[in-house]
Structures are given as structure tokens and as C-alpha cells.
Design a protein around this ligand. Structure first.
Ligand code: A3P
Length: 292
């Protein structure tokens, strides 16, 4: 796709690009419904994985045709997205024929439209350890014209430390949503690493949060559908239908591993990162798994 790469700018104190701010007024006025489910993440933290789990839990049985005809980004609209020649996220959400509506956002918590809070909607936040999240974001930015030019790995890492990423600082994002969880009971905060360690256990937790009780058979079907290999080979979940991505450069379902950062960070970069991480996270109650 022949589009110039977007440029970062400051938007209410957060680094953003126009694709996620152009529709600001419509987004802020978006009318959430009480049964809407908002899936919130920092980009590349496992949004698509959790989206597909929810999609299969809710619609795997009742709307099997959706599974073969609608890419996941149409079934789970990206609230703040406006992109050339595509319906906006708010329009897609309003056109969804099924309930509950599953809606994805990468907004930091303070940007979420107020109707989601007023309607007391359920929300699911997925966190991923900073280093793997950064590596995944780097490869994603390489492959899509929808994101700013990433530059080389070292300058990208510096940008991450400065919080000059699309959707802002990872630290502000994960901690902002974590703080919200302390006062908003309908927020389920989960981690990519836990999902990778025991997908069935995390699906059980999700079901209990959502008030779902799938049969053992249904749960097995969901678990099989959402393995990395099956999602990578599924044209409706692997983004191969998205023209903004160049799969010759990387894949959307790239590795799906915990700890891939070890293949990217030099020892010096790791030390610099750890020191910065400690100082930014020292007053926070949120803890990511330390062995990663
Ligand atoms: P990698 O780039 O590390 O492979 P998002 O959906 O938020 O954009 O996140 C994409 C990341 O989640 C990618 O990480 C992708 O491979 C990973 N992912 C998606 N589905 C997965 C699955 N079923 N199992 C493990 N990882 C998955």
C-alpha cells in the first residue's frame, strides 16, 4: 500500500498519530451499551489473541459463518481507528449485527469515551512484559505503513524509554489501567505471559468474569482455535487480508513467544532498560513476572 508513514505528535500529553485522533469527537461521543465488552491493551500485548478467545466464546457456536467470512478486525472493531478507504471503528461498532459487541481499544485509560464508564461496561485489559511488548511493536512498525517509520532497533528502544510511541508510554499505559482496576470492579486485568503459560486457566478466569459457563467440549474447541499455529494459519485472524501490512517484512502472528526480547537486546541495552524500568516502576503496585 502506497501511503506516507504517519508522524507522531503530542495529543493531550500522549504521543499519537492522526489515524487514532481524527475521529476524536465521534469517539468521545460514542454510545456504549451496557453489554459492550471493551478489550484494552497497549499495542502488541495480545489483543488479537484475547479478542479471538472472546469471539469464539460468544459466537463460535451461534455464528459459525462469521468465522470464515469476517476478519477479526471487523468482528472486533478498533474503536479509535480511521484509515483511508475503511469504515471507522465507531461506524463498524455501530454496524455490528451481534451482541454483545466486542470492541478493541489501545487508548490509555483517560481517553476511553465516558459512556463506557457510565454504562458500567465490562473491560478486559491485557498486559505484556515491557521487553517482549517492545520487540513485537518494533517488528510490527517495520511491516505496516500505518505506523511511523521505526528506524533502527537501538533508536526504537530509546523512543520506547522516552514514551514516544504511538499510544504513548508503555509505563503510563499499563499503570494507568492498573490504577483504574482498583476502583472499577468491572475491569479484568490479565497478562500475556499467564495466557501463554496456561491458556485453559486464563479462559476459565475470563469466563468467570464474563459470567459464561461453556461446556468442556466448547472450551476445548475454543482452546484449539486460539493456539498460535491455528491463528497464524487462519486468514481471518492473521491479518493477511489487511493491505497496510507487508508480510514480506514480518508477520502479524510473528513468534508468539515469551522471552523473544533475549534475541534482540544487547547486554548494555538490557542494563540500561532494567535501570530505567526500576526507576519508572518503583512506586507502582503493578508487577510483571520477574523471571522473564
Ligand atoms: P509477537 O510479535 O511477539 O509474535 P496484538 O494482537 O496486540 O497486536 O499482539 C500481537 C502479538 O501477540 C504478536 O506477538 C503475536 O504473535 C502474539 N499473538 C497473537 N496470537 C497469539 C497466540 N494465539 N499465541 C501466542 N501469541 C499470540
Amino acid at each position: 500500500m502506497d501511503l506516507p508513514r504517519p508522524k507522531l505528535f503530542d495529543f493531550h500529553g500522549v504521543s499519537m498519530i492522526t489515524y487514532f485522533t481524527d475521529n476524536w469527537e465521534a469517539i468521545q461521543n460514542f454510545q456504549a451499551r451496557p453489554d459492550d465488552i471493551l478489550i484494552a491493551t497497549y499495542p502488541k500485548a495480545g489483543t488479537t489473541w484475547v479478542s479471538y478467545i472472546l469471539e469464539l466464546l460468544y459466537f463460535g457456536q451461534t455464528s459459525p459463518e462469521r468465522q470464515t467470512t469476517m476478519p477479526i478486525y471487523e468482528r472486533v472493531p478498533f474503536l479509535e481507528l480511521t484509515f483511508p478507504n475503511m469504515d471507522s471503528g465507531t461506524d463498524l461498532a455501530d454496524q455490528l449485527p451481534t451482541t454483545p459487541r466486542l470492541i478493541k481499544t489501545h487508548y490509555p485509560v483517560q481517553f476511553v469515551p465516558k459512556s463506557f464508564w457510565e454504562q458500567n461496561c465490562r473491560m478486559i485489559y491485557v498486559g505484556r512484559n515491557a521487553k517482549d511488548n517492545l520487540v513485537s511493536f518494533f517488528h510490527f512498525d517495520r511491516m505496516t505503513v500505518a505506523q511511523p517509520e521505526p528506524g533502527d532497533w537501538n533508536s526504537y528502544l530509546q523512543r520506547f524509554l522516552e514514551g514516544k510511541m504511538v499510544f504513548g508510554s508503555w509505563y503510563d499505559h499499563v499503570n494507568g489501567w492498573w490504577k483504574k482496576k482498583q476502583t472499577y470492579s468491572k475491569l479484568h486485568y490479565m497478562f500475556y505471559e499467564d495466557l501463554a503459560e496456561d491458556t485453559g486457566r486464563e479462559i476459565d478466569k475470563l469466563c468467570s468474569f464474563l459470567g459464561l459457563s461453556p461446556s468442556a467440549e466448547e472450551k476445548t474447541r475454543v482452546m484449539s482455535g486460539v493456539t498460535f499455529d491455528n491463528m497464524k494459519n487462519n486468514a481471518m485472524t492473521n491479518y493477511s487480508t489487511d493491505p497496510s501490512m507487508d508480510f514480506k517484512i514480518s508477520s502479524f502472528m510473528r513468534k508468539g513467544k515469551v522471552g523473544d526480547w533475549k534475541n534482540h537486546f544487547t547486554v548494555a541495552q538490557n542494563e540500561e532498560f532494567d535501570e530505567d524500568y526500576k526507576s519508572k516502576m518503583k512506586d507502582q503496585t503493578l508487577q510483571f513476572r520477574t523471571e522473564i
